[in-house]
Design a protein around this ligand. Structure first.
Ligand code: PTJ
Length: 256
C-alpha cells in the first residue's frame, strides 16, 4: 500500500514520485536528484505522461543498438536505481549488458548502497564499486569520469539514463555509441546521443526490455537496418513539435 488513491487524477505520477522519495530515504538518491526528478515531471506533463510514437521509435532503435553491441554497459545513477531497479537488472540480463554504478555526485557510501540495492533486485555482478578496477576518463569533467576498466571504459555501447550533460559528448568523442533516456528533448545529452528516448524511464524500461527480446530473434541484417534507419535529430524535432502543440492546447484552454 502506498497510500495513493487510484482515483487521484495524477496517481501514477505520485507513485513514481514516491519511489524517488523512498530512494532518497534509503540513501540511493541525492537531494539534487529530487530536483532533477521535478524537472523531468514538468517535461512529462508536456508529453501528456504517455509514451509517444517517437519514443517507441527510439526504443526500437535503442534495442537494435544493444542487440548489435559487443560490450554494452548500462550506467546506473541514484535516480535510475530508485525508479527501475528490477528493469535495470532484467535489461542487463536480456541484452547481455553489464551494470555499472556511475554517479555525478560521487560518494562511496551511495555507490555501495546502489550496488546492494541492485543485488537485492537480482543483479549478478555490479561494476563501478571495486577500486581495483577503477580508471579515469580525462575528457569528462565531473565525478562521472571515474569508470570501471571492465565496464564503461571498454564499452562500445553505453546506456545513460537521466544524464547531466557533458558525459555524453565525451563518450561520443571516445567513439562509443550512446543511448540516452531523457524527458528533456532539448538537453545537451538528448542532442549529443546517437539515440534519445524522450520518455519517463519508468514507462520506457519495460518497452525497451520487450524490444530487445523481440529484436534478438531477428537476423542481424534486419537489426542493422532498424538502427541505421533511425534519425535522432528528426525524432527530437518531432517530439518538440508534439510538446509545443500540447502546450498551445493547454494554454488556449487556460486563457479562455
Ligand atoms: O545519482 P547522481 O549523483 O548520478 O545524480 C543524478 C542526477 C539525476 C541528479 C544528475 O545526473 C543530474 O543532475 O541530472 P540533471 O542534469 O538534472 O539531468 C537529468 C535529466 O533527466 C533532466 O533532463 C530531466 O528532465 C531528466 N529526467 C528526470 N527524471 C526523469 C528524466 N528522464 C526520464 N525519466 C525520468 N523519470
Amino acid at each position: 500500500m502506498d497510500g495513493i488513491s487510484p482515483r487521484h487524477p495524477r496517481a501514477e505520477s505520485l507513485r513514481i514520485r514516491k519511489r524517488i522519495a523512498d530512494g532518497f530515504d534509503r540513501g540511493l538518491v541525492v537531494a539534487e536528484g529530487l530536483a532533477a526528478h521535478g524537472r523531468g515531471e514538468a517535461f512529462d506533463y508536456l508529453l501528456g505522461e504517455r509514451t509517444t510514437r517517437e519514443a517507441k521509435r527510439a526504443i526500437r532503435a535503442a534495442a537494435a543498438a544493444l542487440v548489435l553491441a559487443e560490450k554494452p554497459v548500462i550506467s546506473v545513477n541514484g535516480n535510475t536505481a530508485a525508479l527501475v531497479p528490477e528493469g535495470l537488472v532484467e535489461l542487463a540480463r536480456v541484452a547481455g549488458a553489464k551494470l555499472e554504478v556511475n554517479l555525478f555526485h560521487g560518494s562511496r557510501e551511495r555507490e555501495m548502497a546502489i550496488a546492494r540495492w541492485l543485488h537485492r533486485h537480482g543483479a549478478g555482478e555490479v561494476l563501478g564499486v571495486d577500486p581495483k578496477f577503477s580508471t579515469r576518463i580525462r575528457e569528462i569533467h565531473s565525478h562521472r569520469r571515474k569508470v570501471d576498466k571492465r565496464g564503461i571504459a571498454a564499452a562500445d555501447v553505453v546506456l545513460v539514463p537521466l544524464e547531466d550533460g557533458d558525459r555524453t559528448e565525451a563518450l561520443k568523442r571516445l567513439g562509443k555509441r550512446v543511448i540516452a533516456v531523457d524527458l528533456n528533448p532539448m538537453s545537451r545529452t538528448a542532442r549529443a546521443a546517437d539515440i534519445t528516448i524522450v520518455d519517463n524511464i519508468v514507462r520506457a524500461m519495460p518497452l525497451l526490455i520487450a524490444a530487445v527480446r523481440s529484436l534478438s530473434r531477428l537476423p542481424q541484417k534486419r537489426v542493422e537496418k532498424i538502427f541505421g534507419d533511425f534519425d535522432n535529430s528528426s525524432n527530437l524535432r518531432s517530439t518538440l513539435r508534439l510538446m509545443l502543440a500540447r502546450l498551445r492546447r493547454l494554454a488556449a484552454g487556460s486563457l479562455r
